[in-house]
Design a protein around this ligand. Sequence first.
Ligand code: SF4
Length: 345
Amino acid sequence: MNSQALEIVKGYQGKPIRIMEVCGTHTHEIFRLGIRQILPPSIHLISGPGCPVCVTPIDYIDQAIELAEVHHCTICTFGDLIRVPGTHSSLQKARSKGAKIEMVFSPLEAEAYAKAHPEEKVVFLAVGFETTTPLACMAVRNAQVDGLKNFSLLVANKTMDQAYLALKDSADVFLYPGHVATITGCQIYEDLKKQGISGVVAGFTASELIMALAVIIKRYEKGEPFFVNCYPRVVSQEGSKSGRELIASVMEPVDSQWRGLGVIPQSGLRLKNAYAAFDAQKKYALQPGLGKANPLCRCGDILKGECTPEQCPVYGKGCTPEHPIGACMVSNEGACSAYYKYAIK
Ligand code: SF4
């Protein structure tokens, strides 16, 4: 650990700084490493919308349940989504009533499952940001090459750059996600700086996080918008050109609904027309719903940085990881699960 950086962070007494951790992994690591406990009162950490499961709207969960129960599709999904409550049910409840829900660790695994089970109609739940989207695109490409007719994606992939603009008044500085930046590179953050938005890309170790916070303090004191790549051992200026090209060849930008944030223009992705046969939305003529979250749940406000989990009236009482009411308590990257896991009760 760089002791000078640690002293800068611990000793900061300047004007208050609101720092939004955009990445759910940052939120959990900051808790796990005990970094919150050493911060002075003038540094406020806010958990933002960087958990893909948390920002996926409730309508999407309702549609996934419809695919499983009404269209009798086999749903392939990452584990977290199974327990996220929809308006009236969840994939977990649908499974207990006989729906076929398969947990996978990669979209490629879902494509391989569809190939091995031609008698089943397989739908992969594609959620995630720039880091995971290339693999979803690769699965679609593979399915086309394999001539699969029984494989499709329910797409809710999102991109982060427009979200920063939507959240610019919620924070003074963003702690940009290191994983996403490996794909995007640094140009999008340079462009945000030109629009007055400050941030640093940070890694995930204690040393990297403390260094990132020290850099934020030093640059914030100067009073000018800034961007610094504090994770250069992994994030390059240009990012992954091949990853971005793969996404651009299979998907295209679209306005997208975020839980709590509403519709953010051009912040989502959908399959291009050339891949319409793999679009579950079109294949099963899914209609936009009017999904409703539990009225007690404040996930939306938490994702905007407008409240903290312990300000939710059911946090730790009606809502726990065993019995989650909202997505932020389900996901391994959710703010409520981080607060709960690290015992802020
Ligand atoms: S504690 Fe539960 S109900 Fe409250 S905001 Fe978090 S997920 Fe929603």
